[in-house]
Ligand binder design. Sequence first.
Ligand code: FA5
Length: 368
Amino acid sequence: MTDIPSQTESALAAIAAADSLDALEAERLETLGKKGWVSLALKTLGGMTPEERSAAAPAIQSARARVAEALDMKKAALEAAALAEQLARETIDLTLPAPAAPRGSVHPVSQVMDELAEIFAELGFAVATGPEIEDDWHNFTALNMDETHPARAMHDTFYFGHNQRNAAGGQMLLRTHTSPVQIRAMIDQGAPIRIIAPGRVYRSDSDATHTPMFHQVEGLVIDKGIHLGHLKWTLETFFKAFFEREDIVLRLRPSYFPFTEPSVEVDVGYSNEGGRRVVGGHGDAPGHAWMEIGGSGMVNARVLEFAGLDPKEWQGFAFGLGIDRIAMLKYGMNDLRAFFDGDPRWLAHYGFSPFDQPTLSAGVGARA
Ligand code: FA5
């Protein structure tokens, strides 16, 4: 009879040394397989006398149990190692370097909106917003333009269908200016107020300096004892910071808006340098001219009443500037339509790095 204990020890050693599931399977066949020595030894028990069997059986049974346990444990260990190796092989390397040429840039309109917010925040203005899909009460009526007012026709409004009305019966439209945010802010916050409201507005209008969708920034200050001097100082201070030059000259030209009284149109002096408009200087000086950049005035008492404020107690000024126009002036573009073409070459040329955050200390117009 073979030496079961020493055969068991060498089988256990071979199992421990098996370095693959295939090697382990070969070892299983050699021990517990049909023709394996453990199975053959078990078969010999049948031909033994009871005495011989009780003498030989414990060693064979113990050999079978130890070998089977060793095979199971080694199989689990080899499978775990194979899984760990597979997981290590299939991980994604997040440390891959970024592409050499970063794509995408911040649109000049977004950049200018950030610049505006930065400058006006310094002057104590908060940023307010309103819906682009407005009703005619906020866009017109509360701004002192009732249904028959001729100014409504001047706005080239995009209306929704006649049955597109809100709960209050208001006719829905795409807002034609940011001025309805004045009404919303006054109703929501009451007075005093100091806000700007940048955003998209829509008019059926298109040429090199007009597009059907463009951007305005509204400004509104309501307080006690506010007068036109505050308006002029605020606009001048803003434009000096925005264009980063001290020689900004504004001209306030008498005008008419139903929602301000008196109303003034704001022009800025500029000169032509190498075919490019450069802001600065008095518009009447030689080689200079004036360019209109927005409307403004003292908030009409009727508008204060519509918004629930007592005009005997509160006064205010408001202004609305074309953001695209001041972006063109600052960064030297000459066709407004290119702003909205989405041409990557234009964006690569005029766009800004996302890291170029406007700050007053570093300069609101610094290019990276
Ligand atoms: C208004 O929209 C008034 N709500 C401004 C205002 C606000 C006056 C508060 C008084 C008090 P106006 O229609 O003039 O006014 O437009 C203001 C500015 O928006 C213009 O000076 C111009 O810079 C710009 N703008 C007007 N139409 C277009 C257009 N189609 N494309 C690009 N910019 C435009």
